[in-house]
Design a protein around this ligand. Structure first.
Ligand code: HEM
Length: 142
């Protein structure tokens, strides 16, 4: 079905550039995957794949999961405007920052403590997200 030009706004999640929490999640994710790709290239070039698990989590938790959170907040402005969005960002970003070096240390035979701490902070960020989702739903709400 063809839409009139005046109906175009129906398909836009927000008007204007999205900053704030959505931008923070997405920007953090893009930084993670840039680092993750460089790390992957280094693994491929050296043939040393020992850090593959840490690389995978930097990309999948750091980029894919953070990026999905960013898209959610871009599509759901009432959630993005809440203070909880920033609490969620703090937990999610801290989780990646603890988890990735933690997995690296664990898979290279050192302490597992950091990986355990990062796992629980990352889990807490997902529980916070479930709470945000239950409170604000999905979408603009108009
Ligand atoms: C420039 C881009 C990338 C390069 C050069 C690269 C390179 C690599 C290398 C060399 C491995 C180790 C393979 C092995 O030991 O069998 C690996 C594993 C992996 N990578 Fe990447 N990667 C890239 C991007 C990504 C992205 C964007 C993701 C996810 C969004 C990703 C997810 C994974 C996963 C899940 C594994 C398997 C980890 C495991 O078996 O423990 N990679 N990658």
């Amino acid at each position: 079905m063809r839409m009139a030009a005046s109906d175009a706004h129906v398909y836009l999640p927000t008007r204007g550039a999205v900053r704030g929490a959505a931008f923070a999640f997405f920007g953090f994710g893009a930084l993670c995957v840039t680092g993750g790709m460089l790390w992957g290239i280094a693994m491929a070039a050296t043939g040393d794949h020992a850090a593959a698990g840490a690389h995978a989590h930097l990309n999948l938790v750091g980029w894919v999961t953070m990026g999905l959170f960013g898209l959610y907040y871009a599509l759901t402005p009432p959630a993005a405007a809440s203070r909880l969005a920033w609490v969620h960002f703090a937990f999610a970003a801290s989780g990646v920052i603890l988890l990735v070096p933690g997995i690296f240390m664990a898979v290279t035979g050192r302490s597992e403590g950091l990986a355990i701490a990062g796992s629980f902070v990352t889990l807490a960020s997902m529980l916070l997200f479930l709470f945000v989702l239950a409170r604000h739903g999905f979408g603009r709400g108009d």
